[in-house]
Write a protein that binds this ligand. Sequence first.
Ligand SMILES: C[S@@+](CC[C@H](N)C(=O)[O-])C[C@H]1O[C@@H](n2cnc3c(N)ncnc32)[C@H](O)[C@@H]1O
Length: 367
Amino acid sequence: MDPINLKHEMDDLDYACFLDLIRKKSGLEIPAVRRPEVERSIHQLLSQINLIDVRELLGLINQDKRGNELLETLIGRITIGETYFFRNHSQFEALETTILPEIINRRRTNKQLRIWSAGCSTGEEPYSLAILLKKLLPDWSEWNIFILATDINRNALEKAQKREFGASSFRKETPPDIKQTYFATNGNKYILKPSIAEMVNFNYLNLVEDVYPSFLNNTTMMDLILCRNVFIYFKEETSQRIANALYDALGENGWLIVGHAEPSQTVFQKFRIHNFPGTIIYQKSEKGNHTPEITTSARVNRVSQKIEIRKNANRIMPGRIKNTIKAGNITQNVNQVNTLSPVDATGEMLNKDLQEADRLIRKVKMH
Ligand SMILES: C[S@@+](CC[C@H](N)C(=O)[O-])C[C@H]1O[C@@H](n2cnc3c(N)ncnc32)[C@H](O)[C@@H]1O
């Protein structure tokens, strides 16, 4: 797209007004390093609606319905939709071996399952759940399975429903056999089989809005919610509000899975913590909260994931990679400490290393 000639350059105040509107609508906290990219998205929006004045666009956004649509379009352009099939092996392992069998067992009498992928992006996450359920339930056609998949990005939802995926939706963690079993190929595209696709119901839902749990959008009594790699973009207060609303959207003993870098004792204080190999998973339990220490391996994993996710969120340029590698080394050191002795692993030394890793992460973020 050709650069447009703006009536006047966007100044700091104009930019701050855009950030404020975006934050209020979506909860997204946008780091300073992303300003050029966000400005580009604003320019694209201006060009799309044939305007050359950022302040006129701000005025339009502040108007009622049309403004809301424009703001949604802008948010759609700046959300980070990184996802792929069976993302995070430890979590899918826990789902396959423990969590889904536990839920299936509990629901065997009424044969109903309710699952929600909140912040589903282009659909790889809810479709992975559908594939897994089909594998775990040989009599799946006798079950009433409801998989809800929601996102704030309407383009991502549209793309998900096309069920057409490229190579980047399949990574190292993705079981290699799923391509053959559940997809047809068309050139370099992989088309998900309708029998899997029709198990998932896509819908627009903004997690920041007070619209759930609700029977109107079918967000009540969930057995399992995945809300992964979404909290990372919110400030703690927003995350806590969302965590509490998701708690209410779960049925008793329902499970919540968040991204690897996202567990927090404050944000998820209502939940019971379960340690699985390499990951932490939450469960709703109204009969008293039992919160064991988060294991060291899960904490270490969290730090390394934080580095990965922030690297991605900040779109690190080649010049910054050196710092990231340094941060990665610290994680390795933490891993070494972890294997030395349980005393070291739970004591001062690890905390210091974790703090150091966090400091390096912040440094990477600032550059
Ligand atoms: C990094 S993707 C995560 C996709 C998937 N959950 C995963 O872990 O692979 C984050 C998604 O959260 C969505 N998102 C961001 N803010 C949101 C909000 N306020 N409400 C709903 N979804 C939101 C984005 O549009 C994006 O699709």
